[in-house]
Design a protein around this ligand. Structure first.
Ligand code: TNX
Length: 499
C-alpha cells in the first residue's frame, strides 16, 4: 500500500482539541495507521514503567481492538510504541516528549511520571479522534508534542465528611482527574458532621462519629485497608493523596465520640446541619494532644505523600492565643512523623515552619498583606476554584456565598495575578475543593466538578501566555462526547458549543 492510500487522520496534530493544551505541538505530514502498531516497548528497566506499559496495552486493546506485545529494549522501535526514560531529557520531572511518525510512536521522559503524563496525551488523542471519526478512525496524525506543567501542584479536594463517598466513587473521580493530568487529591476526612477514617487507637471516632452525615443519612467511613487501597489506586495514576484532619475547629464528630476531648467532659450531640465555626477541641487538656498524635501517627503510616493537612480554618470559638498554642504543638507532631504541614491560611497566626504549605481560600483577593513573603501558597480561591459554588442562579446543587462560578469565570484567570503582591515563586499551584454540604452521590460530584475542573486542570498545566478562553471553549466542546462515553453527567453549560 502506498503512503497516500492510508486513511487520513481526523485532525492534524496541532488541531487536536487536547486539554490541557500542550506547551508545543509541531505537526508533520506523516500519518500513523493504527494497525501498524504491534508492540509496546520499554527502554530503561523499571517496574513502574512496565506497569504503565501494561495499562496502556489494555487501553489500546479497548479502543483499537488490537493486542500489543510487551517488549523490552532488545527489540527495535519499528511498529512499536516505545517508552523511554532519559535522565538528561529535562530538569522537569513531569516533562515529556511524544513523537508520532509513520511507523513508530515514542514517549520520552526524565521519569516514569513524565512518561505517564505523555501517555495521557496519547490516550486523549486516540479517544478524541475515535469519537469524532467514528468508524473512519484508523490513523493518528504525525508530529511532535513537547510538554511540561506550569505548576507542580495541580489538585482537587473532596469533602467526604459532609457526605460520605464510597471507595468506588473515589476511584472513579481519580480516573477522571488523571485524564486531565491532575496530580494531587486532598481528602477532607473529618468535620463536624462526620469522621471518615478508621483510627485503631480511638475506635469510637468512626463507630460514633462516622455514623451520620449532613441531612441525617447513614454516613460511613474508610477502614485503613480501604484508605490504603485508595492510596495505591491514586499512586498508580501518579496522584498524591493529601489527608486532612481539620483541627482544632470543625471537630464536632470527634467531640461527640469522646467526652474527654471536651473542656466540660461531656460529649456533644452528633450534628447533621451545615453551620460552621461552632466546635473546638479543648486545647488545655493533655488528652487532646494524645488524640492528635495518635491520629497523625496512624494516618501518616498509611499516607506515603509528603503532606499532612491539619485544617485550621474557621476556628471561630477558639481564642487566637489558644489556637496558636494548639498549632505549635500540632505542627511539632506533624514534623515528628516526617510530614510537611499543610493548612488553611488561618494557620499563619501560629509559628509555622518555613516549608508549611498554606492554602489560600478567602473570597476576597486582598490577603497578601497577611501572608509572610516566605510562605508557600496553594491557590484555592472560593471565588475561582470552589466547585461547590453554583454555576448560576438556577443551579440545583451547591452554595453561593462566594458568588456564582460560571465555566468561563472558573477558567479565565491567572493564579499569578489573582493576589496582588504575592511573589509568583511563592505559588506552588492550585487546588479545586468540592465541599459536599449539598453533594450526595457521584452524579452530584460530576455535575459540579465537570466541566469546571477541566479548566482548572489546564490552568495548572498550561502557561498563562498560551491560554485563551475562546480557544479553550472550542476544545472543551469536544470533551462532552468523551465525558458521555464515560457516563459522566457533566453540566452542559450553554457557554460551550458541545459537539
Ligand atoms: C468554607 S473554605 C469552609 C468549609 C465549607 C465551605 C463551603 C474552608 C476552609 N472552610 O467548611 O464547607 O466554606 O463552601
Amino acid at each position: 500500500m502506498s503512503a497516500c492510500s492510508y486513511p487520513q487522520p481526523i485532525y492534524s496534530l496541532d488541531k487536536v482539541p487536547l486539554i490541557p493544551l500542550p506547551s508545543m505541538v509541531v505537526p508533520s505530514a506523516e500519518v500513523m495507521p493504527l494497525d501498524k502498531i504491534q508492540s509496546i516497548r520499554t527502554v530503561g528497566a523499571d517496574e513502574k514503567l512496565i506497569s504503565i506499559a501494561l495499562n496502556f496495552k489494555s487501553f489500546w486493546k479497548k479502543h483499537t481492538e488490537q493486542e500489543l506485545l510487551l517488549l523490552d529494549d532488545t527489540a527495535d522501535g519499528d511498529h512499536a510504541i516505545t517508552l523511554i526514560i532519559d535522565n538528561d531529557f529535562s530538569p522537569q520531572q513531569e516533562a515529556y516528549k511524544l513523537e508520532i511518525a509513520s511507523d513508530e510512536i515514542s514517549v520520552k521522559g526524565k521519569t516514569v511520571e513524565g512518561i505517564y503524563r505523555g501517555l495521557k496525551t496519547l490516550e486523549q488523542l486516540v479517544v478524541l479522534s475515535k469519537l469524532q471519526g467514528k468508524s473512519n478512525f484508523l490513523s493518528l496524525p504525525g508530529g511532535e508534542i513537547t510538554d511540561q506543567p506550569c505548576y507542580a501542584y495541580r489538585g482537587a479536594m473532596l469533602d467526604v465528611a459532609r457526605h460520605f463517598f464510597s471507595v468506588a466513587d473515589v476511584k472513579r473521580y481519580i480516573d477522571l482527574l488523571s485524564t486531565y493530568k491532575i496530580n494531587f487529591l486532598h481528602f477532607h476526612l473529618s468535620d463536624d458532621q462526620g469522621w471518615r477514617i478508621e483510627i485503631k487507637s480511638w475506635p469510637k471516632l468512626t463507630k460514633t462519629g462516622g455514623q451520620t452525615q449532613v441531612g441525617g443519612g447513614e454516613g460511613g467511613f474508610y477502614t485503613q485497608e480501604d484508605f490504603r487501597e485508595i492510596v495505591k489506586y491514586a499512586t498508580d495514576r501518579f496522584i498524591t493523596i493529601v489527608p486532612e484532619i481539620d483541627l482544632p475547629g470543625h471537630t464536632n464528630a470527634a467531640l461527640a465520640s469522646y467526652a474527654e476531648l471536651n473542656c466540660d467532659g461531656k460529649a456533644t450531640a452528633l450534628y447533621t446541619g451545615i453551620k460552621v465555626g461552632f466546635s473546638t477541641l479543648c486545647v488545655d487538656k493533655e488528652v487532646t494532644y494524645d488524640f492528635v498524635e495518635d491520629v497523625i501517627r496512624e494516618i501518616s503510616e498509611i499516607s506515603p505523600g509528603p503532606y499532612f493537612h491539619i485544617g485550621g480554618d474557621e476556628s471561630l470559638v477558639t481564642l487566637e492565643e489558644d489556637f496558636n498554642r494548639f498549632m505549635d504543638r500540632t505542627l511539632a507532631i506533624v514534623k515528628k512523623y516526617n510530614k510537611t504541614p499543610m493548612g488553611w491560611y488561618e494557620l499563619i497566626t501560629a509559628n509555622i515552619p518555613e516549608e508549611t504549605l498554606l492554602q489560600y481560600w478567602a473570597k476576597t483577593e486582598d490577603f497578601s498583606n497577611v501572608i509572610p513573603k516566605k510562605s508557600k501558597i496553594l491557590i484555592s480561591s472560593a471565588s475561582y476554584n470552589y466547585l461547590d459554588m453554583k454555576y448560576d442562579s438556577i443551579t440545583p446543587l451547591g452554595l453561593f456565598w462566594a458568588g456564582y462560578l460560571s465555566v468561563k469565570k472558573a477558567y479565565d484567570w491567572d493564579p499569578k495575578t489573582l493576589v496582588p503582591d504575592l511573589d509568583a515563586e511563592q505559588i506552588v499551584g492550585l487546588e479545586a475543593p468540592l465541599w459536599s454540604e449539598t453533594i450526595e452521590d457521584f452524579d452530584d460530584i460530576a455535575y459540579m466538578a465537570f466541566p469546571r475542573i477541566i479548566g482548572h486542570a489546564e490552568i495548572g498545566w498550561t502557561n498563562a501566555s498560551l491560554r485563551k478562553w475562546e480557544d479553550y471553549a472550542n476544545r472543551l466542546g469536544f470533551h462532552g462526547p468523551l465525558l458521555e462515553a464515560l457516563e459522566v453527567k457533566y453540566y452542559a453549560t450553554t457557554e460551550i458549543d458541545w459537539k
